[in-house]
Design a protein around this ligand. Structure first.
Ligand SMILES: [Mg+2]
Ligand SMILES: [Zn+2]
Length: 184
């Protein structure tokens, strides 16, 4: 396991809005592509780990979501922002499953597929469950004050996991890139 990852949340972190009725509503948060391109240039693998409970609700299908993600990945890639995945929990928030953040299952799956060293890796996201996953796999979490974390109560919930708190995705990437690699 040799590579470092910056795991990325999707809704509220890379795209808005956080609750969509149609995939066509999803739009890139300004500057997200440039920020992720900096992670790519620094050699980070950037798996996208996302909860899409609208799949369980039948608002869109897993197939439709993956088709949307392929287009999104290509658009990001054309700007030097190389994301991989998606690693998807399709279940409802109140439905028990083994894959919903802060469970580490999807992160471990990505780690096996991309030879990622989780202890030297990061999670960037807008909710307590994102940074909770980083805490769970003994990586480091960065909460971004976008999406859910525009609400101070979400920031308070996240603080239990001791994340770095960034005002924007660009600030989150600045922080990740400033952290020494424990074995590097
Ligand atoms: Mg989110
Ligand atoms: Zn799930």
């Amino acid at each position: 396991m040799t590579r470092r990852a910056a795991f990325l949340d999707l809704n509220g972190t890379l795209v808005m809005p956080i609750k969509v009725e149609s995939l066509s509503e999803l739009t890139l948060i300004a500057g997200a592509d440039e920020a992720i391109a900096r992670l790519s240039r620094a050699g980070f693998v950037c798996p996208v780990v996302t909860i899409q409970s609208r799949i369980a609700k039948g608002i869109f299908s897993d197939k439709d979501f993956r088709a949307w993600f392929r287009v999104f990945t290509a658009q990001m890639g054309s700007r030097g922002a190389h994301i991989v995945g998606p690693y998807v929990c399709p279940h409802r928030f109140n439905e028990w499953c083994g894959c919903k953040k802060p469970a580490t299952y999807l992160y471990e799956l990505a780690a096996r597929e991309y030879e990622i060293d989780l202890h030297r890796s990061f999670v960037i996201g807008d909710s307590a469950s994102d940074v909770g996953a980083a805490y769970g796999f003994k990586g480091r979490g960065c909460l971004v004050r976008t999406g859910w974390s525009l609400d101070e109560r979400e920031v308070t919930r996240a603080q239990h996991y001791g994340p770095f708190i960034a005002n924007s995705l660009s600030d989150a990437v600045d922080w990740v890139l400033s952290q020494p690699d424990p074995t590097g």
